[in-house]
Unconditional design. Structure first.
Length: 183
C-alpha cells in the first residue's frame, strides 16, 4: 500500500498489515515507524545527518550497530551476516545506490530479562547534496523467548528473508516529492 512519509515529502510502499505507529504513540520527527502487531515486525524510515566518518559498505554497518546500541544489544549479541550494494535499479525513484546490511540481534523488549532473536535489514541511502543519510530498517523476529511479552504476538518468520522482500519493495517504490524537506 502506498504510504506518504513526512507529510507527503516522500512516499513508498509499506506491506499490508503494518500500522503507522504515530497513530498510537509519540514518534520522533525524523522517523516514520510502522509495525505489524500480529507478528512483531517493524519498518522504520529515518532521516539522519550524513555520517561523514563512514563510507561505502561501512555506512549500513554503522547504522546496524547504532540500532543495536539503541536496543541495548551488546556487541556479542549481534552478528552481521552480509553487506551488499543496492544499485540504481533497486532504487529507481532516487537514481542512486545504497548499502544494505543484514544481521541478527538478540534484544529484550521493554527491558525484559528474556531476549528475542531478531533479523535486521538496514539500508543506508546517502543523499550528499542534502547532507542526509536516509536509513530504512526492517526488523523480523526469528525466535521469541517463551517468557517474552512478544511470544503472545504470533508466529515468528517462517522465511528469514521476508524482511529482505519488504526492504526491496520499499526501496523499489521510494520517491522524494519535495526536496525542501531536507532544508
Amino acid at each position: 500500500m502506498k504510504q506518504d512519509l513526512y507529510g507527503g515529502a516522500l512516499s513508498c510502499e509499506i506491506p499490508v498489515g503494518f500500522a503507522d505507529v504515530s497513530e498510537f504513540r509519540q514518534v520522533p520527527d525524523n522517523q516514520e515507524v510502522f509495525a505489524d502487531a500480529a507478528t512483531d515486525r517493524c519498518i522504520i524510515v529515518e532521516l539522519l545527518e550524513l555520517e561523514s566518518t563512514v563510507v561505502g559498505p561501512a555506512t549500513s554497518e554503522f547504522y546496524f550497530h547504532e540500532i543495536a546500541e539503541s536496543n541495548n544489544c551488546m556487541r556479542h549479541d549481534c552478528t552481521i551476516l552480509q553487506t551488499f550494494l543496492a544499485t540504481e535499479q533497486d532504487l529507481p525513484g532516487l537514481a542512486t545506490t545504497a548499502h544494505v546490511t543484514i544481521g541478527k540481534q538478540c534484544v529484550a523488549k521493554f527491558k525484559e530479562a528474556s531476549k528475542n532473536t531478531m533479523q535486521l535489514y538496514v539500508c543506508c541511502i546517502r543523499l550528499p547534496t542534502v547532507t542526509t543519510d536516509l536509513v530504512v530498517s526492517v526488523t523480523v523476529p526469528l525466535q521469541l523467548h517463551p517468557s517474552s511479552s512478544s511470544s503472545r504476538d504470533g508466529p515468528t518468520a517462517t522465511n528469514a528473508d521476508e524482511g529482505l522482500l519488504f526492504l526491496k519493495g520499499i526501496l523499489r517504490t521510494l520517491e522524494v516529492h519535495n526536496w525542501g524537506l531536507f532544508q
